[in-house]
Design a protein around this ligand. Structure first.
Ligand code: AOS
Ligand code: ZN
Ligand code: ZN
Length: 392
């Protein structure tokens, strides 16, 4: 647990956690959306809120966009608006799941006309990336089937490969494609990209700029996610994370809330395998949040989540790798485990508070936000108009 604190701090200073535009808007379950006062009415207001998160944490400089929820006429102007607030526009998330045409799938739909429409949307997202300067296109497909016999699994894989290849070819220099998998939902019998193996196989077929995204809520209960992370990093195919917590399915709760130990184990694999090294370069791992704050206040919920990732990262960086490897080589099972647990059980909050003060920030981002008056201001000012939210 004695990894040089200055090296740990340097790594923490350079970590960037991307927040999702949809976390700032209203969201809920299929039973009820509880609207909150002061939530953004426009994409620009979402950026204003994201800027508050960055202002108080210092490590959330980019915002993931979702098209069409964040569609605007001028993306270059939107990027400039973000820059003026100390932010940049990050990953572009496509949406081929909210249109009536996609009932039987998007890029895997039996009808070529629907496949064309879906692929055209993905191409539009790349054009948006050209304007925003985004590095990553994140693809998540709700495509799949509900009943055995409904459609041919292998044929659907062929359709998916064809669409992905067309989009991959369209990527510009400095752009990557991140393919996200999900075990189930909304499709209940087969998903066309249900697991890391399927995503990895498609990425291999496409080329080095196609990478897998690990959404921490997208696995069967009990899945060893850190193993998947270690393997993808070893293969050079880990594109990034969609961080969130789950108790049951794709709950999209605050990262680190359900299982901070799992988050630590995941980030330990990242730390060991050089995953913190390339930042926003082409080999970089994207640390994104993919969450919905249904009942808690949104901006503080995002701040708390960013802090949870930071705390788990600090613990992961504190693992004494020399001692760990020595214990592993010696076959010292308990000793190796103890090295890991020592780091996990360290209270890193003072270290992070100190780091923030060195950066001229308030040591406690939650308190800083509370004291800033921003929440009162948006509640008073953002009246009227359509409240933006998940799907709006
Ligand atoms: C869906 O379950 C996924 O987690 C996606 O990442 C999705 O695109 C995201 O929630 C925003 O729509
Ligand atoms: Zn996700
Ligand atoms: Zn999800």
């Amino acid at each position: 647990m004695t990894a040089a604190v200055s090296a740990v701090k340097a790594a923490l200073r350079s970590q960037a956690i991307e927040t999702p535009s949809w976390a700032y808007g209203n969201s809920g379950t299929r039973f009820k959306v509880f609207a909150q006062p002061g939530v953004p009415r426009t994409v620009r207001e979402k950026l204003d809120d994201a800027a508050q998160v960055h202002r108080h944490t210092g490590v959330a400089p980019s915002v993931a966009l979702h098209i069409p929820w964040d569609r605007v006429d001028d993306y270059t102007a939107l990027a400039a608006y973000a820059r003026e607030r100390g932010l940049r526009l990050g990953t572009v998330n496509s949406n081929v799941f909210q249109d009536d045409d996609y009932k039987l799938g998007s890029v895997t739909h039996p009808d070529p006309a629907v496949r064309r429409k879906a692929t055209d949307h993905l191409l539009e997202c790349v054009a948006i990336m050209d304007a925003t300067g985004s590095r990553d296109l994140k693809l998540w497909f709700s495509d799949g089937t509900n009943y055995p016999g409904q459609d041919d699994t292998a044929t659907r894989q062929g359709r998916l490969a064809e669409a992905l290849a067309e989009v991959y070819e369209r990527l510009g220099e400095g752009q990557r494609m991140l393919l996200e998998y999900k075990l189930f939902e909304p499709s209940f019998y087969t998903m066309d990209v249900p697991d890391w193996g399927t995503a990895y196989a498609h990425c291999l077929g496409l080329g080095p700029r196609a990478r897998v995204v690990v959404d921490t809520g997208h696995h069967a209960p009990g899945t060893n996610i850190e193993f998947i992370v270690a393997l993808l990093l070893r293969e050079g195919r880990l594109g990034g994370f969609d961080f969130n917590s789950r108790f049951y399915a794709d709950d999209d709760l605050m990262v680190g809330a359900a299982d901070p130990f799992q988050l630590f184990r995941i980030l330990h694999e990242v730390a060991k395998n050089g995953g913190f090294e390339d930042g926003d370069g082409m080999e970089g791992v994207a640390f994104m949040l993919d969450q919905c704050h249904n009942i808690e206040a949104k901006i503080p919920g995002v701040i708390r989540s960013v802090m949870n990732v930071q705390e788990a990262t600090a613990k992961a960086l504190l693992v004494d790798l020399d001692a760990l490897r020595a214990a592993q080589r010696a076959g010292d099972v308990l000793g190796a485990n103890a090295v890991l647990m020592d780091a996990y059980n360290t209270d890193v909050r003072p270290l992070l508070a100190g780091l923030r003060e060195e950066q001229g920030l308030h040591p406690d981002p939650m308190a800083a936000y509370r004291e800033s008056g921003w929440q009162e201001r948006i509640v008073a000012e953002r009246v009227g108009g359509e409240q933006a939210g998940w799907g709006a």
